[in-house]
Design a protein around this ligand. Structure first.
Ligand SMILES: [Mn+2]
Length: 354
């Protein structure tokens, strides 16, 4: 079990994370390097040592952001791809084995509100399609914490113009170009790449989104067949589309050896293309977390998983979605199910052999 940590500025400290039962790994990144530049080896080692000095390990880098020129397929992409490969080599040299990334144009995960009040007085992230439709990202109405990238208003306008003629198929072509250049390097360094699904998994603000469902995940892994070209299976991102059967996706891609990293969180679907985030417990949302964890147990998933977004509870102030308490409850809940399922499995195997 791992936990996301946003570095020294994160109010959730490594000391606190260390005290969550069963959490041993950290998911983090280097946040002060401009997108597209190579990450220096020394900075990676510095991050790793800081984490290890707190009795934890650096399990996953989330994310190494992909420069927009790569997603747009501009001629300048080759230099950014070279830099990306350098980052992978430097990460490997420092002992990092898994890198998470996404291929969403312009925006990372998007919500219409970050502090929607739930019945119990806690607050959560919410996405209401109607509200998002009325938002104009060019008027500075959209800036979410937790994003790996942020833009000046002028930059954003320029980017939107550049994406105007980019279709889903263009985006696929640009992703394919990136994958075919980067995965061989990752394979060479034994670094497993894990693409995060688009969140939400449908186009927003007229920008295409392609990592959205089983068919497209299949298309992604077939761009370059290697266990190093894998998935970050995020239950919450994919799960807001009720046609995505998360346990089935875990079994299907797990058996192919393509699940390199897992995000576990529950969401509550509240309408057409609308959802609120809930506690991790099955009863509190639309996803059956028991069936999701059971699918991971059944494929003998041995990679890292982390609780994903949490609500803000107990008066905590901090980065919406990334407070300490609710994510810690999530980790313990998930670990509890994992222990039960693991011991059940052993007991059944033992009784069958009697
Ligand atoms: Mn996620």
């Amino acid at each position: 079990m791992t936990f996301r940590w946003y570095g020294d500025s994160d109010p959730v400290t490594l000391e606190y994370i260390r005290q969550i039962p069963g959490v041993t790994g950290i998911v983090s990144a280097i946040y002060d390097i401009p997108v597209g530049e190579a990450w220096p080896y020394e900075k990676i080692v510095e991050l790793k040592e800081k984490i290890e000095n707190h009795g934890l390990s650096l399990s996953v880098i989330e994310s190494v952001p992909v420069h927009e020129d790569i997603k747009l397929g501009l001629p300048t992409r080759d230099q950014y791809i070279e830099n990306y490969k350098t980052t992978i080599r430097n990460l490997a040299k420092a002992g990092v084995k898994i890198v998470c990334y996404n291929f969403m144009p312009v925006f990372d995960w998007t919500r219409s509100s970050l502090d929607y009040a739930l019945e119990d007085g806690s607050t959560a992230l919410i996405y209401e399609e109607e509200k998002v439709r009325q938002m104009n990202p060019l008027h500075g109405e959209l800036k979410l914490p937790g994003w790996d990238t942020s833009y000046e208003d002028g930059q954003l306008k320029n980017l939107f113009q550049q994406y105007q003629h980019i279709t889903e198929e263009d985006l696929w072509e640009n992703l394919s170009y990136f994958i075919k250049a980067v995965i061989p390097a990752a394979e060479n360094e034994q670094v497993k790449m894990a693409i995060h699904p688009d969140d939400p998994p449908w186009p927003i603000f007229g920008l295409p989104r392609i990592i959205t469902n089983k068919e497209n995940l299949e298309r992604l892994i077939n761009l370059y067949d290697s266990s190093f070209n894998g998935l970050c299976l995020c239950s919450g991102s994919l799960g807001v589309n009720s046609t995505n059967d998360i346990p089935e996706l875990i079994r299907y891609f797990g058996k192919k050896g393509k699940v390199n990293f897992v995000h576990l969180r529950n969401i509550k679907i509240i309408g057409e293309k609308s959802f609120q985030e809930s506690s991790h417990r099955s009863e509190d949302g639309s996803l059956d977390m028991y069936e999701i964890v059971r699918a991971l147990r059944d494929i003998d998933f041995a990679g890292p998983a982390r609780p994903d977004h949490g609500r803000m509870i107990w008066g905590e102030a901090g980065k919406p979605g990334y407070g300490l308490y609710d994510r810690a409850l999530g980790a313990v809940y998930l670990n509890g199910m994992w222990e039960t399922l693991t011991k059940e499995k052993k007991r059944i195997a033992f009784e069958c052999n009697k």
